[in-house]
Design a protein around this ligand. Structure first.
Ligand code: SF4
Length: 232
């Protein structure tokens, strides 16, 4: 079988009915949620902190973000404080997360919009969140899901890769992946499934090479089935 570039197994589940795919997705979700009952690796105490930490996490490890945010939030504990900060000082604090000038601009613009449009509070609606500068659906879903208790599918790079290998979607656009997976799983599983899938992508189904023989969902993974059969 041909492995597609995005990691999905071409034709792996050809002929699978939508009902069978839904059942398979539910099994995968159940096993992964049992295996990894952990939330986001980003440290935060409120929606504002998670929003800022998520913007900083672009192309950075969560560890790097967690190293800089305690100092950042001690100095600027809310949107008004961050909006009024001196950029040079913020740049120095977030330097370690990379792209520090651009990220400083992003978090300060976002803080300014929060202060001006929402009295400093992080809004709950998807429309209001995605209208903030630098905030897309992934960030909005992460904040809603992990800091507000709202169901959300967090389609980051790990989610995208692992969902593709599991053949839960054939899409590469994050919004379409979100829609595909949303149709397979009940809302109440979305947040825990997202976090579990992301941890699974970090610990087992990595970009460099998945550990299929040791994977708890191998039985339900077309990519893994083929890879182990072919000794890939
Ligand atoms: S079987 Fe392999 S490809 Fe499939 S989810 Fe597990 S580690 Fe990833």
């Amino acid at each position: 079988m041909v492995m597609k570039k995005n990691g999905a197994a071409a034709n792996a589940s050809a002929g699978e009915s939508s009902e069978a795919r839904r059942r398979r997705a539910r099994r995968v979700s159940r096993i992964l949620r049992r295996t990894y009952h952990m939330g986001t690796a980003l440290k935060f105490r409120n929606p504002f902190e998670l929003l800022v930490a998520t913007i900083l996490s672009a192309q950075a490890t969560d560890e790097a973000v967690n190293e800089v945010t305690p100092r950042l939030f001690a100095r600027y504990p809310n949107a008004a404080a961050l909006a009024g900060a001196g950029p040079a000082e913020v740049e120095a604090i977030v330097h370690k997360t990379g792209f520090f000038r651009q990220k400083t601009r992003s978090i300060m613009n976002c803080a300014r919009a929060l202060a001006e449009r929402h009295g400093g509070r992080v809004p709950e609606s998807m429309d209001d969140l995605t209208a903030l500068p630098g905030v897309g659906r992934k960030t909005a879903n992460l904040v809603r899901a992990c800091a507000m208790g709202r169901p959300g599918l967090i389609v980051d790079t790990h989610f995208k890769r692992v969902a593709g290998r599991l053949d839960l979607t054939a899409e590469s656009d994050p919004d379409k992946i979100e829609a595909d997976v949303a149709a397979l799983l009940p809302e109440e599983e979305w947040t825990d499934f997202s976090n579990a899938l992301i941890w699974h992508g970090r610990r087992c189904c990595s970009a460099r090479g998945p550990n299929c023989p040791g994977c708890p969902v191998l039985r339900d993974c077309p990519y893994g089935q083929t890879a182990t059969a072919e000794g890939v």
